[in-house]
Design a protein around this ligand. Structure first.
Ligand code: MG
Length: 197
């Protein structure tokens, strides 16, 4: 089991981890953005465990001209406000607008991770966990030297072993169980137990 504390950073993919992924389409407005079940509360709990929470998201829809970067920024501020209302936080959202598969910022390329380490020099990738629903997320995490958790929200048949994947969970609340962090459910001491949601 990982010994996660405030010196750790959590990198979260967005679509299929935080919100419902739109198959064959994109989240182009707040009306398209639907949190997956239990996610705001799960992020609140994870925020009590990890020192930093960073979102890294490929968003080709910007490069395609379907949404502007500022409209996407508005969706992310609403997302962040909803998470804050549930007692959680997101420290920074990075997105890659580019269409080209070889764009340095497009996962599995590492540009967003490198940018995060410039913005937050205290990030240690050996003490970072990436949670994503695509193998491109896992490859990104591997290239950065992170521990990887695959969530099966869009690929229910996925199973270990896989060389890029360290842990598998059904979804973000399931990842909390897989990481043995359920006892961090309550705020405060960090090791309280109880029946809280
Ligand atoms: Mg995704």
């Amino acid at each position: 089991m990982l010994q996660i504390d405030q010196s750790w950073t959590l990198f979260l993919d967005r679509d299929g981890v935080i919100n419902r992924e739109i198959s064959g389409g994109y989240v182009l407005s707040w009306g398209d953005f639907h949190f997956l079940p239990g996610v705001p509360a799960a992020i609140a709990l994870l925020g009590r465990v990890f020192g930093k929470l960073i979102v890294v998201s490929n968003q080709k829809c910007v490069g395609k001209g379907l949404i502007t970067a500022s409209q996407l920024g508005e969706i992310h501020s609403r997302m962040t406000r909803r998470i804050a209302a549930a007692g959680g936080r997101i420290d920074r959202v990075y997105f890659c607008p580019d269409l080209e598969e070889d764009s340095p910022c497009r996962k599995p390329n590492t540009g967003m991770g490198i940018q995060a380490s410039r913005d937050f020099p205290e990030i240690a990738f050996s003490k970072s966990l990436l949670i994503g629903n695509k193998l491109s997320d896992m490859e990104f995490g591997r290239r950065m030297g992170m521990t990887n958790c695959f969530v099966r929200t869009t690929d229910p048949g996925f199973h270990l072993p896989h060389p890029w994947v360290d842990l598998v969970a059904e979804d973000l609340p399931g990842a909390i169980k897989a990481l043995g962090l359920e006892d961090k459910r309550r705020s405060g001491s960090g090791n309280a137990s109880g029946p809280g949601q």
